[in-house]
Ligand binder design. Structure first.
Ligand code: SF4
Length: 235
């Protein structure tokens, strides 16, 4: 039996809704370790969760999805954080390399069909990466998108994997306050207005009064790459 099926998810969700991030991380590692991983996009707002993982459950693998479209500064920042916090990073890659992708779809797939581009470069590699794990931690917050506002701390995916969201109740203001309080490093492009950073072709700087996610897939309806959309709900 899938171990997730033995958990009373409604009761646990009620309890964990009021738990702190370190408490949720400790529960997750005690319950699933070592068959649990986290994922990170290694941008400034990712650093509080990375910092808390390094303190609470330092052996937790942190999956980094190297789509091949990242800013070089993101890769540098990932390496900097890996050394600073002695992280257990797992780099994963799409099964289709970039020259094959360009040959098959042209160089502008991210413009002509961003959902397909995200599926090939993000969703499919992540599905492969989590095989063998029972739970997956992600740093999504309710204040980021309409979809994320409806998430609970624990969500089961259709493949039986348990998604755990220890940062769900944090606000943008709390993220920056934590970064200031602990003097955490910022992504090298942060000062240029890159508040939320993903692949370079789909990220642009935002003005300070704009929502941070407005810099992602600018001008398109798309707000999610698909990694956070597979949620199984019984109700
Ligand atoms: S974020 Fe953009 S470049 Fe990256 S996988 Fe999605 S569509 Fe492609």
């Amino acid at each position: 039996m899938n171990p997730v099926q033995s958990l009373d998810l409604p009761a646990l969700n009620e309890k964990l809704e009021h738990a702190s991030t370190p408490q949720i991380l400790a529960w997750a590692w005690d319950t699933f370790g070592p068959k649990i991983a986290s994922s990170s996009s290694f941008q400034t707002q990712s650093v509080p969760l990375i910092h808390l993982i390094s303190q609470t459950c330092p052996d937790m693998p942190i999956v980094f999805l190297d789509t091949g479209f990242h800013f070089p500064e993101t890769l540098t920042f990932r390496n900097q954080l890996e050394s600073a916090y002695n992280l257990n990073i797992m780099n994963i890659y799409p099964s289709v390399d970039q020259s094959q992708l360009f040959y098959q779809y042209g160089e502008g797939l991210y413009r002509s069909d961003p959902d397909l581009c995200c599926h090939i470069n993000k969703v499919e590699p992540m599905q492969r990466a989590v095989e063998g794990f029972e739970a997956w931690i992600s740093g999504v917050r309710r204040d980021q998108t309409e979809h994320r506002a409806g998430l609970r701390v624990l969500e089961e995916q259709s493949n039986g994997l348990l998604r755990i969201h220890p940062m769900l109740r944090w606000t943008k203001r709390e993220v920056w306050a934590y970064i200031d309080e602990h003097t955490l490093p910022s992504h090298p492009l942060f000062e240029q207005g890159y508040m939320s950073i993903g692949c370079a072709p789909c990220t642009r700087p935002v003005f300070s009064e704009q929502d941070e996610r407005e810099g992602r897939w600018g001008g398109a309806i798309k707000t999610e790459c698909g990694l956070h959309l597979d949620i199984k709900r019984d109700e």
